[in-house]
Every structure is written in structure tokens, then in C-alpha cells.
Design a protein around this ligand. Structure first.
Ligand code: GAL
Length: 685
């Protein structure tokens, strides 16, 4: 007996009803001849592939003109895959409108903030709010769902593809109209809108709804609340598209789960995914490694956040890469072992599917230098052998399928609206990087060997965490301020940073001193921000160094300890890090950017009152990442060696599901870039 599976996850891929991890890729057979299709299915079977995402960019082939359809080739591919025991995550194919449509209806093309048309020639050249596009897209969805409703290969629906990747912000007249409708819904009266947008400033007062526009390119900084609302609206407009396609699919194929692939990674911030998650039957994500000093911390962070968005239930890794991509300035291949290690890090964080872009590397088109499961070199290649080996590894991990991610004791709050607003123009600094600050805290926790969950803000259940870290929690309304206060008074330990609590949901500053909504809870008052110029740093008296930001802090409450003071800079001798004891918990404030190194120094002191310490042996901290999944009977410990050195793991026990075998009594040594998964009885936590 295991814990209940996510009810509508496509475990059925494979056709025999067995529960296993799902393995596969985007499959684009339309780029190849029929003989290749036969070989594809043979190689997929060899690799253990049990699902493919099909038809993502097939609109122009499926509907060659407005009134002609050609499903013959897709019928053949679906049948062939089914005979091979491979399930299909069938795309609705609406991601890239065909030339006949954009020629007949150029009014579906997006428009930039400067008023330029985004022309066809690549993909995703459609306005999220275009009624004409919507009509044509839904016609296609209906045709596909009608045709394949009863096809035995169909295990899931894939709505569009990476919605918003290229078209999240559209400033067209369609967008203007839809924005006004959205605003009427939000504000009801113009006077409420004028108040929320602070239109007394710069003579922006509106006397008619029709005067309102998206924040198109203007003479100077556009109104900040207009910008924030446009971000909210643009995310909602795409969410609305998901709903529209999903409704057609649910009507025609009620038993087939529906997903759309998110892009929780790097700087992709336009789509407020925690707000979308309730619209689909299971969460999917695409992730690509962006090389840099924190690249695998970032992979782990994104996978962890995806798990948070999925409520810790299993999710679907829809795309990642077997090797190089084609869209970075320099596209690096993966090192031996990284293909499996990166995949398993996603599984550790709750992915029950490991899929790649794409199955067979294209010979033509913009992505011909993007890696795939079958490279240009063919199946006789190290890469394909690694793909086959990963298939075997995932088979051995079948018992993990359906297990949830075990919550950690530390949470990092991640808030889309704070991300959007803290990085707006016309601020104390244009250098603030919201996600980087959150990532630095995560890296520091990893270096200390402390597990953490990345949790979307505004989710309930904070009380379950001993420590909640809320970096740059810029937007704090009254409700959130109250929740955080109750959390700390009830025994939790809150840690927050510079530029937190400063504005409300309308992006209006809380008056009376920063950090506004959190001032009382933290027992501090800030009269002035002291951002730092590039290259300028300040020393703290705890031997750490700050950059980017400082605050002029006065301790205003009782029971506040100053944990560190500035030693240099404008605010020398003033508090830099504070902690107030309140009720049964505490609330700490870090007023500068310490970076991963400084936070690694500071964190043990911040964690001390909670009693949270590392679960890893000392020599493994910072090299090995520990993530735990669990079901009713077992805990699965994923130990992922993210370093280039072998790491001994004394006193780590359990049955080895995958990884180096160790004779009993011997210390397990984890080779570089390898992963071991151990099974323990659930009672052993
Ligand atoms: C994703 C996309 C795929 C492919 C891939 C390349 O953005 O969904 O179609 O373009 O990136 O990395």
C-alpha cells in the first residue's frame, strides 16, 4: 500500500496499467520519413520510453487550409506508438499558428510596447486576447479531441506549449480592450482604479474607461500600478486560454487528464504559476540548465519550487535537455553522468516523469543544434547509450512513483508579485534581482546541508515549518502581515530581508517608516534606504560583506537583538541584522545582500533558535543534496552528488534502490555526479 497517487497523473503510459516513472520526449515525426518512424519506435522501446508528447507544432500540417484537414499521418503515428506500448501526451497543436491563418488574419499578431508588429516566421506569434485566434484555436482543439477521444494511445492532453514563452506581453488594441474589461472586474469603479493607480501623480486621472491603455512605451516611467496590473492581467489572459482549451477537452474527453508545460526556471517570470496550478490535472515543468556558478542549485531550486506549486504531489518534467541547447550565447554539452544526475535531481524533488526536448535531433530548422535523445550521430553514440541507461535506472525507481515529497523544516517563500514589483523601474536601485536573492539563500542552506522547501507565498500551512525565510517579500498586504505575525508568535522563526514589507497590493508605500507592514513584527524602523553603487561593498562586524543595499535602521521595538552591525559605509555602527523575540518565536531582518557566502556564515545563527541542523554527515555538506520522498510505507532518500569528488556517506542507511552497491558495514562512497536512492521504513523519520 502506498499513498494515493495524484488522481489524474498519466501513469497509464505504457499501456499495461503498471505504475512506473514515466519516460520520454517531445516527438516530432513530421520532420522525418515513415521509415524513420518505425526505427523511432524500436529505439524508444530499447530506451524504455513509455510516453511522447506529439503534435506540438503540427497545426500547419493538420489543417493545411482553413477548411481542409489532414489527420492521416497522425493516425498512423498514434497507431504505431500504441502498438509499441508507448502512450501519447497529445498536444492541442495551437502553439504556432499556420501561415494561412496569419495571412488571412494579421490582426492576431502580437504588438510590442513600442507598437511594432511581431511577425510570423518563428512561433507563438499570437495575441493571448485575440478573439479571432481563440476561435481558430478552439476549432482545432475540438477537431483533435473528437478524432482521438477513443484512441488507446492517448494518456494526456498537452495544452498549447510553454504558454507565454514569447508572447506574454502584448500591447495591441485587443489587449487594451481586454485589459479594460479585466480592470472593470477588479475595480468596479473608475474612482477605485484612480485611487489604486495613484493617478493624482503626473496628471494621470482617468475620466472614462476607454482612456486606459496597456503600459505602452511612454516618455518616461509608466505608472507602476498600471505596470503591476498589466502583469497580473497578462498572466490571467494566458490562464484564460488554458481554461478555454481545457473546457473543450473536458467536454469531449472527460477521462483524459489535461496539463500545460510551465517554465519554472531562471528569469521566466511573466506567468504566475501558483495561480495557474488549480486549472490543470497535473503540474508539468520544463527546465534547462543555464551554466554558471550556481547552475545546479538553480536546477534544484526550480524543481523544488515546481514541487511547491504542485502541493508536493508528483509532477511531470515535460522537457529538459540531454546535452547542449541552441539558445544560449555558448551552448555547452553535458559532462558524463550529468544527463542522469540532472534527471534524478528532478525525480528527487517529486517528478514522476522525465522527458526531454526532443526525441530525435532535427536536421533542419532553428533547433538543429539542440541536443535530443537520438543525436545527429545516431543510436550508435555515447549519448544514446546514456539515454538507454537512464531508462533502466528509472525502471528500478518504479517504487517511488506516486510518493510525495517529504516537507523540510525550512521554507523559502517565493512570491510572484514581489518578484514583479521589486524589480520595477524608478526604484532605489535597478540592480535588485529577486530570484537571485532567493537562490542565494537556497545555495547557503545547501552548503550547510540543510533541506528547504521553496513555497509559493500565500499558501496555507506555514505553521508546519520551523523556519520561514522570506527574501525581498516586497508586497505585503494586511492579511499576509497578520499571517506572518501569527506564525512568529506561534513559535515559528521568520527571517526576512531588505526591501520587504514596503508596499501593499496596490504598490503603495506603507507610511510611517519601512519595512512598513512588517515594522512592528520586526521591531525596527527604517527612515532611509542606502543602496550601493556597483562594486561598492560594506563590512559587517560578523566578518561578512554586504553589497547592493543597506538600510538606516533604528531599533524601535522591545526584545530586539542586534545580531550584526555595519562596520563601514554610511550606516557604520548601525544595526545590519536584527532579531526580535516575539511570543514563542522570532522575526529576523537582514538589511543587505550578503550573497551565498555571507549567508552561509550567518545562517547557523539565524537557524539556532529553531534547532534546525543538517541531516548530512559533515563531509557531505555542500557536495551532496539530500531530498526525501515518502509514501505510507517507505521513505526514499535521494542523495545526489553535485560535486566532482567522491563523497563518503558514513551512517547513511537503507536498502539501495539505485546507486553503488556497498557491502554491509562498509561506508557508502558516492562517486562524482552520481545518485543513490535508499529506501527506509516510513517510521524511520
Ligand atoms: C522549449 C520549447 C521546445 C524547444 C525547447 C528548446 O522552450 O518548448 O519546443 O524549443 O525549448 O530548448
Amino acid at each position: 500500500m502506498t499513498s494515493p497517487l495524484t488522481p489524474r497523473f498519466p501513469y497509464a503510459a505504457g499501456g499495461d496499467g503498471a505504475r512506473r516513472l514515466v519516460y520520454g520526449a517531445d516527438y516530432n515525426p513530421e520532420q522525418w520519413s515513415r521509415e524513420v518512424w518505425e526505427e523511432d519506435v524500436r529505439l524508444m522501446r530499447e530506451a524504455g520510453v513509455n510516453i511522447v508528447s506529439l503534435g506540438i507544432f503540427s497545426w500547419a500540417l493538420l489543417q493545411p487550409t482553413r477548411d481542409t484537414w489532414d489527420f492521416g499521418w497522425l493516425d498512423e503515428v498514434m497507431d504505431l506508438l500504441h502498438r509499441g506500448g508507448i502512450g501519447v501526451d497529445l498536444a492541442t497543436a495551437t502553439a504556432s499558428p499556420p501561415p494561412w491563418l496569419t495571412t488571412a488574419h494579421p490582426e492576431i499578431l502580437p504588438v510590442t510596447a513600442a507598437g511594432e508588429t511581431v511577425w510570423p516566421g518563428a512561433r507563438q506569434h499570437w495575441r493571448p486576447t485575440s478573439p479571432v485566434f481563440r476561435t481558430h484555436a478552439l476549432r482545432l482543439v475540438r477537431a483533435l479531441a473528437t478524432r482521438y477521444a477513443a484512441h488507446p494511445a492517448l494518456v494526456a492532453w498537452h495544452v498549447n506549449n510553454e504558454l507565454g514563452c514569447h508572447n506574454v506581453y502584448d500591447y495591441s488594441d485587443d489587449a487594451a480592450r481586454a485589459f479594460r474589461t479585466w480592470l472593470r472586474h477588479r475595480y468596479a469603479t473608475l474612482s477605485d482604479l484612480n485611487h489604486a493607480w495613484g493617478t493624482a501623480f503626473w496628471s494621470q486621472r482617468y475620466s472614462d474607461w476607454d482612456q486606459i491603455l496597456p503600459p505602452r512605451q511612454a516618455a518616461s516611467h509608466p505608472n507602476p500600478t498600471q505596470q503591476l496590473d498589466f502583469k497580473r492581467f497578462s498572466s490571467d489572459a494566458l490562464k484564460e486560454h488554458v481554461r478555454a482549451e481545457r473546457e473543450v477537452l473536458r467536454e469531449l474527453t472527460p477521462g483524459v487528464p489535461v496539463t500545460t508545460n510551465f517554465m519554472v526556471m531562471g528569469s521566466t517570470k511573466g506567468m504566475n504559476y501558483p495561480d495557474w496550478a488549480g486549472e490543470i490535472d497535473f503540474v508539468s515543468n520544463d527546465h534547462y540548465v543555464q551554466p554558471g556558478p550556481q547552475d545546479r542549485d538553480e536546477l534544484s531550486f526550480s524543481a523544488n519550487l515546481t514541487s511547491g506549486i504542485a502541493g508536493h504531489r508528483p509532477w511531470f518534467l515535460m522537457e529538459h535537455s540531454t546535452g547542449a541547447v541552441n539558445w544560449q550565447p555558448v551552448n555547452l554539452p553535458k559532462q558524463p553522468g550529468e544527463l542522469a544526475r540532472d534527471s534524478l535531481l528532478h525525480v528527487a524533488h517529486g517528478a514522476d516523469a522525465v522527458c526531454f526536448f526532443q526525441w530525435r535531433q532535427s536536421a533542419a530548422g532553428a533547433e538543429k543544434y539542440h541536443s535530443a535523445m537520438v543525436p545527429h550521430a545516431g543510436a550508435d553514440s555515447d549519448l544514446f547509450r546514456s539515454v538507454v541507461e537512464l531508462g533502466r535506472t528509472l525502471e528500478a525507481l518504479a517504487p517511488v512513483a506516486g510518493a510525495e515529497r517529504e516537507p523540510a523544516r525550512v521554507a523559502i517563500l517565493f512570491d510572484w508579485e514581489s518578484w514583479w514589483t521589486s524589480e520595477h523601474d524608478s526604484h532605489p536601485t535597478s540592480r535588485l534581482d529577486y530570484r537571485q536573492e532567493a537562490l542565494d539563500w537556497y545555495t547557503a542552506l545547501h552548503r550547510l546541508g540543510v533541506r528547504a522547501d521553496i513555497v509559493p507565498a500565500h499558501r496555507t500551512g506555514l505553521a508546519a515549518y520551523d523556519v520561514v525565510i522570506a527574501p525581498v517579500l516586497h508586497v505585503v498586504g494586511q492579511t499576509l502581515a497578520k499571517e506572518l505575525t501569527q506564525y512568529a508568535e506561534g513559535g515559528g522563526h521568520l527571517v526576512t530581508t531588505y526591501f520587504s514589507g514596503v508596499v501593499d497590493e496596490n504598490d503603495h508605500v506603507w507610511l510611517g517608516g519601512y519595512p512598513g507592514a512588517l515594522s512592528e513584527l520586526l521591531g525596527i524602523r527604517i527612515e532611509e534606504f542606502g543602496p550601493l553603487l556597483d562594486g561598492v561593498t560594506v563590512d559587517l562586524d560578523n566578518a561578512t560583506t554586504g553589497s547592493l543595499w543597506t538600510d538606516r535602521i533604528t531599533v524601535s521595538g522591545r526584545d530586539v537583538d542586534v545580531l550584526a552591525r555595519y562596520r563601514t559605509g554610511t550606516y557604520a555602527a548601525r544595526p545590519a541584522v536584527t532579531r526580535r523575540t516575539t511570543g514563542r518565536g522570532s522575526a529576523a531582518y537582514v538589511s543587505t545582500r550578503l550573497g551565498a557566502a555571507g549567508l552561509t556564515e550567518l545562517l547557523p545563527e539565524l537557524l539556532a533558535p529553531s534547532g534546525v541542523t543538517s541531516e548530512l554527515p559533515e563531509g557531505a555538506r555542500g557536495s551532496v543534496e539530500l531530498v526525501v520522498r515518502r509514501d505510507a510505507v517507505s521513505r526514499y532518500l535521494f542523495l545526489v552528488n553535485r560535486s566532482e569528488e567522491p563523497v563518503p556517506l558514513p551512517a547513511v542507511t537503507g536498502d539501495v534502490l539505485i546507486g553503488p552497491a556497498t557491502a554491509s558495514g562498509e561506508t557508502l562512497v558516492l562517486p562524482p555526479r552520481e545518485v543513490v536512492v535508499l529506501r527506509q521504513p516510513a517510521s524511520s523519520s
